[in-house]
Design a protein around this ligand. Structure first.
Ligand code: GLN
Length: 544
């Protein structure tokens, strides 16, 4: 039977619970255990798919097509375990299921209540598909004391009892603020937060204390005394120099051993952390650096492009170079007097990432043109591929009206909505005026790569599977026009209907992909497209 680790947060949000969960899972994995991490989000959205990236950061997509919280991206990057739909639940999804059951009459006339119906659903979710695991880590979003998270804390309380002694551990992540005027760290917020959690029936076994200054032994002792945990289980967590330094840092502070001890397991030999040491060595000792411009829409909020940023860092690690990412607002290139060359000339490569809606599209098309004409490495991801195709038809195919139906009706729909496509489960349909939530081509789809293509040599394979999240497709009607202009369709869906990859063989590096390769990149296994793109940027840096 799997053992459960429940992770809650207190005092303030943004304490890095997700990274802590991911790091702990990586440490347990490095000790030979099989792990899976789950995220419980107390908000009422069914999933984050319809939330603005400004609100919620990136939407992380899994192989099985779930639109999930960006913490699942950390989980996957740190453990390599592919996340699934069943790893992210929201209050909205739970209520949706319960209300659907109630309407069907499944409750046989009973009054449907938070306890036991909502809490039962949460417990069921936590325990589903866990037979082949040693540890399941469940991270509860939000902060203890939020009204929304109460049913989750109550479900943990019940589950700890159901699982029996020694089968679950509760970790509480808190803040120990430094008050400069007093020159002291303050433990009171932690004491209050633990008291609040304990009042709900959940006594933490391990406390992770985020702090800006080293936590003296006297403060650890005080926290231990007031919060009813062993002093060794009060784990100080100072800010790390990189997110990839976090697993080693937590190990040095004893997190993994204390968690095992809380289960009554003697920690034994230290975990094998060479993987993390190698990652840090590559990060800290680069042999050069490149600057890559990302011409996007949500450039004010780096969390909106979390996986993309990480994948670029991984591409840098693969080449032992530091990647400086310059986030550029595409709208800058839309005014008459904008000097696009001045902004883009210093860059060693240009990337246009995924996006929704027309805003900034013309600026992105202008950036594609610059990259194509000036022979600067170009990587178009999803929307970035679509805009590369619009650019090709407009400027090389001589069709100035080329556009995407995403921006409104057009006589030249180079990018358009298809109303059905094939999946393993059969034909999927979508309507132009249907719901926004859950109506995209989502999750893993296979693609066949042309044998002699650049991408086949990058992947070292003709068959790939990558994750999708989009409503529109490049229209194969324009294939001849685009290929005459040098943009080759080098990857197609297995039935040959949907373009998956376009590339320019006559360009140093110009690839557009309809999917999101950044979602599968790992620090210990950089995605081949990002490794190759950064290598092209390195070559370019020797030219400029
Ligand atoms: N808006 C485009 C579509 O829906 C691209 C989406 C994306 O870049 N993820 O097809």
């Amino acid at each position: 039977m799997a053992r459960f680790i429940f992770i809650t947060g207190g005092v303030v949000s943004s304490l890095g619970k997700g990274l802590m969960a991911a790091s702990l899972a990586a440490l347990l994995q490095a000790r030979g255990y099989r792990v899976r991490i789950r995220k419980f989000d107390p908000y009422l959205n069914v999933d984050p798919g319809t939330m603005s990236p400004y609100q919620h950061g990136e939407v992380y997509v899994t192989d099985d097509g779930a639109e999930t919280d960006l913490d699942l991206g950390h989980y996957e990057r740190f453990t390599g375990v592919p996340s699934r739909q069943s790893d992210n639940i929201t209050s909205g999804r739970i209520y949706q299921q319960i209300i659907a059951r109630e309407r069907r009459g499944d409750y046989l006339g009973a009054t449907v209540q938070v306890i036991p119906h909502v809490t039962d659903a949460i417990k069921e979710f936590a325990q589903a598909e866990t037979d082949d695991l040693d540890f399941v880590l469940c991270e509860i979003g939000g902060t203890v004391g939020d009204i929304e998270s109460l049913p989750f804390i109550e479900a943990i309380r019940q589950l700890r009892n159901d699982l029996g002694r020694g089968n679950s551990v509760s970790i509480h992540v808190t803040l120990v603020p430094y008050i400069a005027a007093a020159g002291e760290l303050k433990t009171k917020p932690t004491q209050h937060s633990v008291r609040e959690l304990a009042a709900l029936g959940v006594q933490p076994d391990v406390l992770v204390c985020r702090c800006e200054q080293p936590l003296p032994a006297s403060d650890r002792a005080k926290i231990a005394l007031f919060c009813n945990v062993p002093q060794a289980a009060v784990i100080p967590a100072l800010d790390a120099k990189s997110i990839y330094a976090v697993p080693e840092q937590y190990h040095a502070e004893g997190l993994d051993s204390e968690v095992l001890r809380a289960f009554g397991i003697e920690p034994g030999a230290a975990p094998r952390l060479d993987r993390w040491a190698d990652i840090m060595d590559r990060l800290q000792n680069p042999e050069g650096e490149v600057t890559i411009g990302v011409v996007g829409k949500y450039v004010g909020l780096p969390d909106a492009y979390k996986s993309l940023n990480e994948a670029l860092v991984h591409g840098g690690m693969a080449n032992r170079v530091k990647v400086n990412v310059q986030w550029i607002d595409a709208e800058l290139f839309e005014s008459e007097d904008s000097d696009i060359a001045a902004k883009l000339e210093p860059l060693h490569a240009i990337l246009v990432p995924g996006a929704f809606g027309e805003r900034g599209a013309e600026g992105k098309i202008a950036s594609v043109r610059f990259a194509r004409e000036r022979k600067v490495p170009y990587f178009g991801i999803c929307f970035g591929m679509q805009m590369a195709c619009v650019e090709g038809v407009r400027n090389l195919g001589g069709i100035p009206d080329a556009s995407s139906t995403e921006f409104g009706p057009t006589s030249e729909p180079v990018v358009g909505m298809i109303t059905e496509w094939m999946t393993a489960e059969g034909v999927q349909k979508r309507e132009a005026d249907g719901d926004l939530g859950g109506t995209m081509r989502l999750g893993a789809y296979e693609a066949k790569l042309a044998g002699n293509s650049v991408v086949a040599s990058i992947y070292q394979s003709d068959d790939i599977s990558e994750r999708h999240r989009h409503r529109y497709e490049v229209n194969t009607h324009y294939r001849d026009t685009l290929e005459k202009g040098g943009l080759v369709f080098s990857g197609m869906s297995p039935d040959g209907m949907l373009p998956e990859i376009v590339e320019r063989p006559d360009h140093p590096w110009f690839v557009g992909v309809q999917f999101h390769p950044e979602l599968k990149s790992k620090p210990f296994d950089p995605h081949p497209l990002f490794a190759s793109f950064v290598a092209a940027a390195v070559k370019q840096s020797r030219l400029v």
